[in-house]
Design a protein around this ligand. Structure first.
Ligand SMILES: [Fe+2]
Ligand SMILES: [Fe+2]
Length: 239
């Protein structure tokens, strides 16, 4: 229990991704706001943090999570993020855009929020693609070079952006923006709950948005709480 008190929610989820579900249930942000303790994350929410700790304790006493991302080498983790989360994002965004556009056009007159959702989503779509490109073309190749340098016992070349801290803090800021954007969509869609009379496409849109948000949280968590801090640490030891 004592350890839980001092650790950040990001570290707790990094140790066992199943903890994400617990934080999600209690509405605590573990990805963008991952560098807070449970008490800090819960501040102002009027909840009993002992209940959260009890749920985490039960988890720790059960079977371990199958994928222990924290044990993976970071070049492998970077590839996993690209092949899994970036692939999903690149496939899903255009698909959701079609639903969002259609639903806004057909039902926007009676449900004005659908027009706002479409506008917010369109903005987010463009920003995320740009973000993925930067990670895939600049930051992740640099991280893989650090691992390579460590393996071969050489000093890594200095990148044209300097040290990793700059692009990493830029990526973290963009994560915050994407997270805030999805939180707005969540609010506008009443927690992704379609109205009684919603048609099939309307429901498919909300289901997809919810699934997209869930994937985004995990994706951001793997970068903010595992990949980036480890890359910074490795860079420090190599220079
Ligand atoms: Fe990413
Ligand atoms: Fe990212």
């Amino acid at each position: 229990m004592e350890a839980l008190k001092e650790r950040t929610v990001g570290q707790i989820v990094a140790d066992d991704y199943r903890a994400a579900q617990i934080f999600r249930t209690f509405g605590l942000d573990f990805c963008c706001g991952g560098n807070k303790t449970i008490a800090e994350a819960a501040a102002g929410k009027g909840m009993d943090t002992e209940i959260v700790k009890k749920a985490l304790q039960d988890l720790a006493n059960g079977e371990k999570e199958h994928n222990n991302y924290n044990d993976w080498s970071i070049d492998f983790l970077a590839d996993y993020i690209i092949n899994n989360h970036h692939r999903f994002t690149r496939d899903k965004l255009p698909e959701i855009a079609v639903y969002a556009r259609k639903v806004a056009r057909v039902h926007g007159d009676r449900h004005k929020e659908l027009i706002e959702i479409y506008a917010e989503f369109t903005r987010l779509h463009a920003e995320i693609i740009d973000h993925l490109d930067k990670e895939e073309e600049i930051l992740f190749p640099y991280i893989k070079k650090l691992v390579e340098a460590e393996k071969t016992g050489t000093k890594p070349d200095v990148a044209n952006f300097g040290m990793a801290a700059d692009p990493i803090s830029m990526m973290e800021e963009e994560h915050d923006e994407a997270g805030a954007s999805m939180a707005r969509i969540r609010r506008l869609s009443n927690g992704f709950t379609p109205p009684e009379d919603a048609c099939a496409t309307y429901r498919v849109l909300f289901e997809n948005l919810e699934g997209f948000e869930k994937d985004l949280h995990k994706h951001v968590h793997l970068e903010n709480n595992i990949l980036f801090p480890k890359a910074l640490e490795l860079e420090r030891t190599l220079h």
